[in-house]
Design a protein around this ligand. Structure first.
Ligand code: 5GP
Length: 191
Protein backbone atom coordinates (compact mmCIF):
# COMPACT_ATOMS: atom_id res chain seq x y z
CA UNK A 1 0.00 0.00 0.00
CA UNK A 2 1.27 3.49 -0.82
CA UNK A 3 1.55 5.97 2.05
CA UNK A 4 -0.68 8.96 1.45
CA UNK A 5 0.93 12.26 0.52
CA UNK A 6 0.71 15.30 2.77
CA UNK A 7 -1.45 18.29 1.95
CA UNK A 8 0.68 21.44 2.34
CA UNK A 9 -0.84 24.90 2.43
CA UNK A 10 1.72 27.41 1.27
CA UNK A 11 0.76 31.06 1.61
CA UNK A 12 2.65 34.27 1.06
CA UNK A 13 1.66 37.79 0.20
CA UNK A 14 2.21 38.73 -3.44
CA UNK A 15 5.91 39.54 -4.05
CA UNK A 16 7.42 37.29 -1.36
CA UNK A 17 9.23 35.15 -3.91
CA UNK A 18 6.81 32.27 -3.48
CA UNK A 19 6.84 31.44 -7.21
CA UNK A 20 10.63 31.15 -7.32
CA UNK A 21 10.62 29.05 -4.16
CA UNK A 22 7.98 26.74 -5.60
CA UNK A 23 9.89 26.27 -8.84
CA UNK A 24 12.83 24.97 -6.79
CA UNK A 25 10.69 22.78 -4.52
CA UNK A 26 8.89 21.21 -7.48
CA UNK A 27 12.16 19.87 -8.87
CA UNK A 28 11.56 17.19 -6.24
CA UNK A 29 9.01 14.83 -7.83
CA UNK A 30 7.50 13.95 -4.44
CA UNK A 31 5.78 17.35 -4.58
CA UNK A 32 2.99 18.57 -6.84
CA UNK A 33 1.50 22.06 -6.87
CA UNK A 34 -2.24 22.07 -7.39
CA UNK A 35 -3.26 24.21 -10.39
CA UNK A 36 -5.93 26.65 -9.25
CA UNK A 37 -8.74 28.18 -11.24
CA UNK A 38 -9.00 31.96 -11.41
CA UNK A 39 -10.99 34.72 -13.10
CA UNK A 40 -7.95 37.03 -13.25
CA UNK A 41 -6.45 37.65 -16.70
CA UNK A 42 -3.26 35.76 -17.59
CA UNK A 43 0.00 37.70 -17.19
CA UNK A 44 2.46 37.59 -20.04
CA UNK A 45 4.14 34.15 -20.09
CA UNK A 46 1.30 32.53 -18.14
CA UNK A 47 -0.26 29.50 -19.80
CA UNK A 48 -3.77 28.15 -19.29
CA UNK A 49 -3.67 24.75 -17.59
CA UNK A 50 -0.07 25.30 -16.44
CA UNK A 51 -0.09 28.36 -14.18
CA UNK A 52 -3.84 28.47 -13.65
CA UNK A 53 -7.06 27.40 -15.31
CA UNK A 54 -8.19 30.83 -16.52
CA UNK A 55 -12.00 30.95 -16.37
CA UNK A 56 -14.70 33.48 -17.01
CA UNK A 57 -16.69 34.60 -13.97
CA UNK A 58 -19.69 32.63 -15.30
CA UNK A 59 -17.67 29.40 -15.66
CA UNK A 60 -16.16 29.87 -12.20
CA UNK A 61 -19.59 30.37 -10.64
CA UNK A 62 -20.87 27.29 -12.46
CA UNK A 63 -18.09 25.25 -10.84
CA UNK A 64 -18.98 26.71 -7.42
CA UNK A 65 -22.57 25.51 -7.96
CA UNK A 66 -21.33 22.06 -9.04
CA UNK A 67 -19.24 21.76 -5.80
CA UNK A 68 -16.05 21.36 -7.82
CA UNK A 69 -14.00 23.48 -5.39
CA UNK A 70 -12.36 22.34 -2.16
CA UNK A 71 -12.17 26.05 -1.32
CA UNK A 72 -12.36 29.35 -3.16
CA UNK A 73 -11.91 33.01 -2.25
CA UNK A 74 -12.19 36.47 -3.72
CA UNK A 75 -8.82 38.25 -3.79
CA UNK A 76 -8.24 41.75 -5.24
CA UNK A 77 -11.57 41.56 -7.14
CA UNK A 78 -11.00 38.13 -8.70
CA UNK A 79 -12.02 34.60 -7.78
CA UNK A 80 -9.37 31.98 -7.05
CA UNK A 81 -10.16 28.37 -6.15
CA UNK A 82 -8.70 24.91 -5.54
CA UNK A 83 -10.33 22.18 -7.59
CA UNK A 84 -11.04 18.91 -5.75
CA UNK A 85 -9.83 17.10 -8.88
CA UNK A 86 -6.32 18.55 -8.35
CA UNK A 87 -5.86 17.20 -4.85
CA UNK A 88 -7.14 13.80 -3.75
CA UNK A 89 -5.86 11.55 -6.56
CA UNK A 90 -2.34 12.86 -6.07
CA UNK A 91 -2.48 12.48 -2.27
CA UNK A 92 -3.74 8.90 -2.68
CA UNK A 93 -0.81 8.20 -5.01
CA UNK A 94 1.60 9.22 -2.23
CA UNK A 95 2.49 12.63 -3.64
CA UNK A 96 2.61 15.71 -1.40
CA UNK A 97 0.22 18.33 -2.77
CA UNK A 98 1.02 22.01 -2.28
CA UNK A 99 -1.84 24.52 -2.27
CA UNK A 100 -0.42 27.91 -3.09
CA UNK A 101 -3.34 29.93 -1.75
CA UNK A 102 -4.08 33.12 0.13
CA UNK A 103 -5.08 33.31 3.80
CA UNK A 104 -8.89 33.18 3.53
CA UNK A 105 -8.66 29.93 1.55
CA UNK A 106 -6.04 28.61 3.98
CA UNK A 107 -8.35 29.18 6.94
CA UNK A 108 -11.06 27.20 5.12
CA UNK A 109 -8.63 24.30 4.57
CA UNK A 110 -7.70 24.46 8.29
CA UNK A 111 -11.30 23.49 9.05
CA UNK A 112 -11.77 21.02 6.18
CA UNK A 113 -8.39 19.26 6.38
CA UNK A 114 -6.96 19.74 9.88
CA UNK A 115 -4.18 17.24 9.09
CA UNK A 116 -2.70 19.59 6.46
CA UNK A 117 0.63 21.36 7.08
CA UNK A 118 0.44 25.15 7.06
CA UNK A 119 3.50 27.12 5.95
CA UNK A 120 3.60 30.92 5.67
CA UNK A 121 6.28 32.76 3.69
CA UNK A 122 6.96 36.35 4.69
CA UNK A 123 9.15 39.09 3.22
CA UNK A 124 12.07 40.58 5.19
CA UNK A 125 10.04 43.85 5.32
CA UNK A 126 7.07 45.59 3.67
CA UNK A 127 9.44 48.03 1.90
CA UNK A 128 11.34 45.12 0.39
CA UNK A 129 8.03 43.59 -0.71
CA UNK A 130 7.02 46.82 -2.49
CA UNK A 131 10.44 47.00 -4.16
CA UNK A 132 10.11 43.40 -5.43
CA UNK A 133 6.60 43.98 -6.78
CA UNK A 134 7.71 47.12 -8.66
CA UNK A 135 10.75 45.30 -10.03
CA UNK A 136 8.54 42.45 -11.29
CA UNK A 137 6.74 45.02 -13.44
CA UNK A 138 3.68 42.84 -14.08
CA UNK A 139 1.20 45.20 -12.38
CA UNK A 140 0.39 48.90 -12.60
CA UNK A 141 1.48 51.25 -9.76
CA UNK A 142 -2.10 51.28 -8.50
CA UNK A 143 -2.32 47.47 -8.34
CA UNK A 144 1.11 47.29 -6.67
CA UNK A 145 -0.18 49.53 -3.85
CA UNK A 146 -3.36 47.47 -3.61
CA UNK A 147 -1.27 44.31 -3.27
CA UNK A 148 1.02 45.93 -0.67
CA UNK A 149 -2.02 46.92 1.41
CA UNK A 150 -3.39 43.38 1.01
CA UNK A 151 0.02 41.96 2.03
CA UNK A 152 0.05 44.02 5.24
CA UNK A 153 -3.32 42.50 6.15
CA UNK A 154 -2.16 38.98 5.27
CA UNK A 155 1.01 39.26 7.37
CA UNK A 156 -1.17 39.48 10.48
CA UNK A 157 -2.35 35.91 9.71
CA UNK A 158 1.13 34.35 9.91
CA UNK A 159 0.47 33.27 13.50
CA UNK A 160 -2.38 31.01 12.28
CA UNK A 161 0.13 28.83 10.40
CA UNK A 162 2.37 26.03 11.71
CA UNK A 163 5.61 27.57 10.38
CA UNK A 164 6.75 30.99 9.18
CA UNK A 165 9.69 31.10 6.74
CA UNK A 166 11.23 34.52 6.03
CA UNK A 167 12.34 34.68 2.42
CA UNK A 168 15.34 37.01 2.64
CA UNK A 169 17.69 34.68 0.72
CA UNK A 170 16.13 32.16 -1.64
CA UNK A 171 18.57 29.35 -0.85
CA UNK A 172 18.02 29.65 2.91
CA UNK A 173 14.25 29.78 2.48
CA UNK A 174 14.29 26.57 0.39
CA UNK A 175 16.42 24.74 2.91
CA UNK A 176 14.10 25.94 5.69
CA UNK A 177 11.18 24.48 3.73
CA UNK A 178 12.83 21.05 3.43
CA UNK A 179 13.86 21.22 7.11
CA UNK A 180 10.19 21.70 8.02
CA UNK A 181 9.15 18.76 5.83
CA UNK A 182 11.83 16.56 7.40
CA UNK A 183 10.83 17.60 10.93
CA UNK A 184 7.20 16.77 10.14
CA UNK A 185 8.21 13.33 8.82
CA UNK A 186 10.12 12.63 12.05
CA UNK A 187 7.35 13.90 14.30
CA UNK A 188 5.84 11.34 16.66
CA UNK A 189 2.12 11.00 16.01
CA UNK A 190 0.07 11.38 19.19
CA UNK A 191 -3.65 10.78 19.38
P1 5GP B 1 -1.75 35.94 -8.23
O1 5GP B 1 -2.79 36.80 -8.88
O2 5GP B 1 -0.57 36.76 -7.77
O3 5GP B 1 -1.35 34.76 -9.08
O4 5GP B 1 -2.42 35.32 -6.91
C1 5GP B 1 -3.03 36.16 -5.98
C2 5GP B 1 -3.27 35.39 -4.70
O5 5GP B 1 -4.23 34.34 -4.92
C3 5GP B 1 -2.02 34.71 -4.14
O6 5GP B 1 -1.94 35.01 -2.74
C4 5GP B 1 -2.27 33.25 -4.37
O7 5GP B 1 -1.65 32.46 -3.36
C5 5GP B 1 -3.78 33.19 -4.24
N1 5GP B 1 -4.36 31.99 -4.86
C6 5GP B 1 -3.96 31.35 -5.97
N2 5GP B 1 -4.71 30.26 -6.19
C7 5GP B 1 -5.62 30.22 -5.18
C8 5GP B 1 -6.68 29.32 -4.83
O8 5GP B 1 -6.94 28.32 -5.48
N3 5GP B 1 -7.40 29.61 -3.70
C9 5GP B 1 -7.15 30.70 -2.93
N4 5GP B 1 -7.89 30.86 -1.86
N5 5GP B 1 -6.15 31.56 -3.22
C10 5GP B 1 -5.40 31.32 -4.32
Amino acid sequence: MTNKGRLIVFSAPSGCGKGTMLAEILKDKNFYCSISATTRSPRRNEVDGVNYYFLTKEDFEQKINNNEFLEYACYCDNYYGTLVSEVDDKLNAGINVILEIEVQGAMKIRKLRPDALFIFISPPSVDELRRRLKKRGTESAEIVEKRVAQAEKELTFASEYDYNIVNAELENAISDFFAVIRAEQLKIQKN
